[in-house]
Design a protein around this ligand. Structure first.
Ligand SMILES: NC(=O)c1ccc[n+]([C@@H]2O[C@H](COP(=O)([O-])OP(=O)(O)OC[C@H]3O[C@@H](n4cnc5c(N)ncnc54)[C@H](O)[C@@H]3O)[C@@H](O)[C@H]2O)c1
Length: 257
């Protein structure tokens, strides 16, 4: 896919990795619809990114609002070439904590609704728009990048809801790519390690130290621009399909007990 002149929907684009990706897409000549629940922060982000960015407020777990939002993006730009699905919650808590209190079922369900069902649904709705595109010389009509996590591979402790959702996204990569290949749409996922964004701001210091220790090289957390660079590559390189790419400096998580 050619970034210059393209239109991308970025869910969770008002912050962190989604925001950095939106900025890079615009720098390279793309236009971006940022879809996020964050009201004023979404408007501010779009204003900061300039006239090639717009903000659409929607919760990815609200099927009706999501359909309306995708429709609004297509109405505004006249087409949709790519989706970067980064919206997520990252709650923490053991399934049974040290005081013997169980993790709330409602919170488990909510995380799956946003991180997994929301990502599946926005991919479905965006693919429906991408098939309207004229195929390029490769027959390509669109590209999707889902943002998973190494937590979904390594089974991070105290995060059963988050891990289940991210493992689900990883599992969806191949069958979604298989289903959408007929239409010339590629599907890849990125599994980041710990990245310096607001989503980790509230994590306890001892947990952050442990994460830092589990990073091989370089011994630091990732920067959002490193994520954006990989995302743009996955959108551009037609030969990468049905792949889950780790972006984690060789991290292997410890078996916390
Ligand atoms: N930062 C990390 O260490 C890390 C590691 C692995 C994976 N990830 C994944 O990267 C993606 C981006 O996270 P980030 O680090 O940029 O976090 P972030 O908190 O900076 O950004 C997440 C964005 O998603 C939005 N969002 C949350 N719920 C939403 C909903 N229901 N509908 C629409 N938007 C919603 C938030 O408002 C926020 O703007 C997430 O999928 C996250 O799980 C992050």
């Amino acid at each position: 896919m050619r970034i210059d002149g393209s239109v991308t929907l970025v869910t969770g684009g008002a912050s962190g990795l989604g925001r950095a990706t939106a900025a890079e897409l615009i720098l390279r000549g793309g236009r971006v619809a940022i879809l996020d629940v964050a009201g004023p922060r979404g408007e501010e982000t779009a204003a900061e990114l300039g006239p090639d960015a717009s903000f659409i407020a929607a919760d990815v777990s609200d099927a009706q609002a999501l359909e309306t939002a995708v429709g609004a993006a297509v109405e505004r730009y006249g087409r949709l070439d790519a989706l970067v699905s980064a919206a997520a919650l990252a709650p923490r808590g053991r399934i049974l904590n040290r005081a013997g209190r169980p993790y709330p079922l409602v919170d488990f369900r909510r995380t799956l609704e946003v991180n997994l069902v929301g990502a599946w649904n926005v991919a479905r709705l965006c693919a429906l728009q991408m098939i309207e595109n004229e195929p390029n010389d490769d027959g390509e009509r669109g590209a999707i990048v889902n943002v998973a996590s190494i937590a979904g591979i390594e089974g991070a402790a105290s995060q059963t809801a988050y891990v289940a959702a991210k493992a689900g996204l990883i599992g969806l990569t191949l069958p979604m790519a298989r289903d959408l290949a007929h239409w010339g749409i590629r599907v890849n996922a990125i599994a980041p390690g710990t990245m310096a964004t607001p989503i980790i701001a509230d994590a306890p210091p001892d947990y952050m130290e442990e994460l830092q220790r589990s990073t091989l090289f370089p011994p630091r957390f990732g920067h959002p621009d490193e994520f954006a660079a990989l995302t743009l590559h996955l959108l551009e390189n037609a030969l990468v399909n049905a792949e889950v790419v780790r972006l984690d400096a060789g991290t292997r998580m410890a078996a916390w007990s």
